[in-house]
Design a protein around this ligand. Structure first.
Ligand SMILES: *Cc1c(COP(=O)(O)O)cnc(C)c1O
Length: 379
């Protein structure tokens, strides 16, 4: 089955009792048993729910995995993955991680004796230097936020296989439409379904996909034991969103390219960060591991001041000023004062995140309207 067919058909089948073509929202906590232990595979909805099962199978198929697990948020999925570790274990993570991931690692799990090292993965062989006998896991996010750096997943997988480490890839920005990390050798794919997968800015959810049966069993045990599972209504919304993932992503990518090219020739715009640009520092890796380059773009203003960026953001009309990304509507944000405000300015600038940097989540509107909006706002 090809990708676009999978988004519509994988994991779902007509409801056996009525023939309903759409998977019903099984709004139930428990299931009647004929005799103690004699049931139809469902006992209690924290453990299993048919709406969730359909979504889990759908996402597993899209990622070319075998097992999917869904969670109440992306953070709950991350929480489940790290709970496989024990005090004393070490994790090597991308240095420019999603802020919430950095926070749960340093403010929650470090307190439980798990050690995290944050490493620039621009040159993937750097990982090797940080591996100790306690290292258990490598955590990669690519493209990164908001600078859209690309990390070589295959390169990371080779090191992890040689060193016997688990490789986790946060695939939220790319979605399986753009890249399938399990095919490149990753062990675990993690998602915030809140973003492109659900795609309509109306739900918060997360997921994990793996191929390995034993790994799936451990994660499913933790999912049920710790209980960060989503409700069936939210699972339904994500299932519905996924049916148009391929056509939404196609348009996000097309609009992304046109806007990146527009910004690049604008006299008031400085650097433009989009992995599809020939001169993006990781363009070749992006070309090798991604099928297209997505709708996330960041850019600097030549007038590199916070105030200049704020003026542009206040004038934008179709690009709504909001956190999050990946919905059908375009969003804009200012990392220096919003998502990355807690990082001291010196550190922020050292990491290449300038005062005027604006991040766009390019939606699927008509691109002419989006460009006209940028034109009137940048001036
Ligand atoms: C949003 C996001 C998360 C966290 O997901 P939630 O659904 O908000 O809990 C993790 N990683 C990335 C890359 C994200 O964008």
């Amino acid at each position: 089955m090809k990708f676009g067919t999978k988004t519509i058909h994988a994991g779902v089948s007509p409801d056996p009792t009525t023939g309903a073509i759409m998977t019903p929202i099984y709004q139930t906590s428990t299931y009647v048993q004929r005799s103690p232990g004699d049931h139809q595979g469902y006992e209690y909805s924290r453990t299993h729910n048919p709406t969730r099962s359909a979504l889990q199978s759908s996402i597993a198929a899209l990622e070319n995995g075998k097992h999917g697990l869904c969670f109440a948020s992306g953070m709950a999925a991350t929480d489940c993955i790290i709970k496989m570790l024990k005090p004393g274990d070490e994790v090597i993570a991308t240095n420019d991680l999603y802020g919430g991931t950095y926070r749960i690692f340093t403010k929650v799990f470090q307190e439980y004796g798990i050690k995290f090292q944050f490493v620039s993965m621009a040159d993937i062989s750097t990982i090797d230097q940080y591996v100790t006998e306690k290292t258990k896991m490598v955590w990669v996010e690519t493209p990164t936020n908001p600078l859209l750096n690309i990390i070589d997943i295959k390169g990371a997988a080779e090191i992890c296989q040689r060193r016997n480490l688990l490789l986790v890839v946060d695939n939220t920005f790319s979605t399986p439409y753009l890249q399938t990390p399990l095919d490149l050798g990753a062990d675990i794919v993690m998602h915030s379904l809140t973003k492109y997968m659900a795609g309509h800015s109306d739900v918060v959810m997360g997921a994990i996909v793996v191929k390995d049966d034993e790994l799936a069993e451990r994660l499913a045990f933790l999912q049920n034991a710790c209980g960060g599972t989503p409700g069936p209504q939210d699972c339904f919304l994500v299932l519905r969103g996924i049916k148009t993932l391929h056509i939404r992503m196609q348009r996000h990518c097309e609009n992304g390219r046109k806007i990146a090219e527009y910004l690049r020739q604008h006299p008031k715009v400085g650097k433009v960060f989009w992995p599809g640009l020939q001169d993006h520092p990781n363009h070749q890796i992006a070309q090798d591991q991604m099928r297209d380059f997505g709708g996330m773009i960041s850019f600097e203003l030549k007038d590199d001041q916070i105030q200049a960026a704020i003026q542009v953001l206040e004038k934008l009309h179709y690009f709504a000023l909001a956190e999050s990304l990946g919905g059908v509507e375009s969003l804009c944000g200012h990392p220096a004062t919003m998502t990355h405000a807690s990082i001291p300015q010196v550190e922020r600038l050292k990491g290449g995140l300038s005062d005027s940097l604006i991040r766009l989540s390019v939606g699927i509107e008509d691109v002419e309207d989006l460009i006209a909006d940028l034109e009137q706002a940048i001036g």
